[in-house]
Design a protein around this ligand. Structure first.
Ligand code: 1QQ
Length: 418
């Protein structure tokens, strides 16, 4: 298994220091994660067999392994790999191992479309966990839906994702239920907050959806929405928008964007002298922003759909495995990717109890799997979850964390608020 540290530091150098180069979307590369010869596209199993061959079940992981979006996607790869080992150590699907097939989506729509097509047609996976962004899901998911391949969105939180089609469900709770928790926490921290400035990335579907929720929440809570500033996820210079916002003297600034842009915006707001509370949205929900805003990330509030401290057996096992490998607490995006793999595995086991998964034609198995997963209940690292018939996740517990940076700005962590 690849060591995570060199990979993440390489990513940091590429993405955090060379933001301009990195913000251009890379052409997706063939995954280096599926080792040559074991990739299902290279195996000799008969066409149409059950998501691989009778000895292995293939599950697709189509997330961002390159581009700035990999700041989020690399955490998904980590969570999915922990799930693969965890479930295979437990016997896979009643003795048949699972194998994850990784296809890099890069950061844009075309990359996600290419990865999904490869997973569906070449790798012949039973289902797909992916893509990373809602912006990608709105383009790639319809392809899986038309091919009748179940998709579990591990991190797509925009409004409208489960409604893309019958084969699309998500384990990532929508912004509409997660984001308002951060505004409540900000008011608890500072009850004198009155004026709010909101920022959002206008070229990203998730950011547009999340800002709608934030703006509605602000108004519903009787706060003044003093200004709304727009930017692009590819921007690195926020001087004019930051100055516009600071000029209205806000007590709270709320940012809906992604990790590199969001981190830079926080940094520039603080450098320009803003001292009030900052809320970051889900796109900033990664310790990879620490390298961008360093000590200036300190204090930022971010709502969470996962807590490492959640008490159940599977979270304990997942948390231990993650900490052993990465020497830090597991992040939300890893937990959600783990959960996506888990829902597929648990559902495959339930199907297998009725009739042998390994003997089903692939098309039939994909359809059975979609029906089965929508009807189940799952005890996951996110807590107990289930789905509405449309594929929306039912989840009970949400949290808010505050970024705590060490004074030198080199290390930090998410502290969960009580
Ligand atoms: C979405 C998101 C992103 C921030 C996930 C990485 O929530 O695109 O829906």
């Amino acid at each position: 298994m690849k060591k995570p540290t060199p990979r993440s530091s390489a990513l940091f150098i590429t993405c955090a220091s060379l933001l301009l180069a990195c913000s251009q979307t890379n052409t997706p590369q063939t995954s280096t994660t599926a080792s040559p010869g074991t990739s299902p596209s290279a195996d000799t199993s008969p066409q149409g067999s059950a998501g691989g061959n009778s000895n292995t079940i293939y599950i697709g992981i189509g997330v961002a392994q390159t581009s700035n979006v990999a700041l989020l996607g690399q955490e998904q790869v980590a969570g999915a790999k922990i799930a693969e080992k965890y479930f295979n150590d437990k016997g896979g699907v009643d003795g048949t191992p699972i194998k994850l097939v990784f296809q890099d989506t890069g950061g844009d729509e075309q990359g996600a479309i290419n990865a999904f097509n490869t997973l569906i047609n070449q790798d012949k996976v039973v289902g797909i966990v992916g893509p990373t962004l809602s912006q990608q899901a709105f383009s790639a998911d319809p392809i899986a839906d038309r091919a009748k391949v179940p998709v579990l969105a591990p991190s797509n939180t925009a409004k409208g994702i489960p409604q893309i089609g019958d084969y699309i469900a998500r384990v990532s709770a929508p912004v509409a239920v997660v984001a308002p928790n951060a505004v409540k926490a900000a008011l608890k921290q500072n009850p004198n907050i009155k004026k709010v400035a909101v920022f959002f990335a206008q070229n990203d579907a998730f950011s547009k959806s999340e800002t709608e929720t934030f703006q509605t929440t602000v108004k519903d809570m009787g706060l003044e929405l003093a200004t709304v500033q727009k930017f692009l996820t590819t921007d690195t210079d926020f001087q004019s928008q930051a100055t516009n916002a600071i000029n209205v003297k806000p007590d709270l600034i709320i940012i809906s964007g992604l990790a590199a842009d969001g981190g830079n915006l926080i940094k520039q707001l603080r450098e320009l002298g803003y001292k009030g509370v900052i809320i970051g949205g889900n796109g900033l929900n990664t310790s990879n922003v620490f390298a961008v805003c360093k000590a200036l990330c300190d204090g930022v509030l971010i709502a969470q759909a996962y807590s490492p401290e959640y008490e159940n057996e599977i979270n304990k096992a997942y948390r231990e495995a993650y900490r052993a490998q990465f020497k830090k607490e597991p992040p939300q995006f890893s937990a959600q990717a783990f959960t996506g793999v888990q829902v597929f595995v648990d559902s495959l086991k339930a199907i297998n109890a009725q009739s042998k998964v390994s003997q089903k034609p692939l098309a039939e198995l994909r359809t059975n799997l979609n029906q089965q997963l929508l009807g189940g209940k799952y005890d996951t690292p996110l807590g107990e979850i289930s789905f509405t018939p449309e594929g929306e996740v039912n989840q009970k517990e949400f949290y808010v964390a505050r970024i705590k940076m060490e004074a030198d700005g080199n290390n930090g962590k998410f502290e969960f608020l009580k």
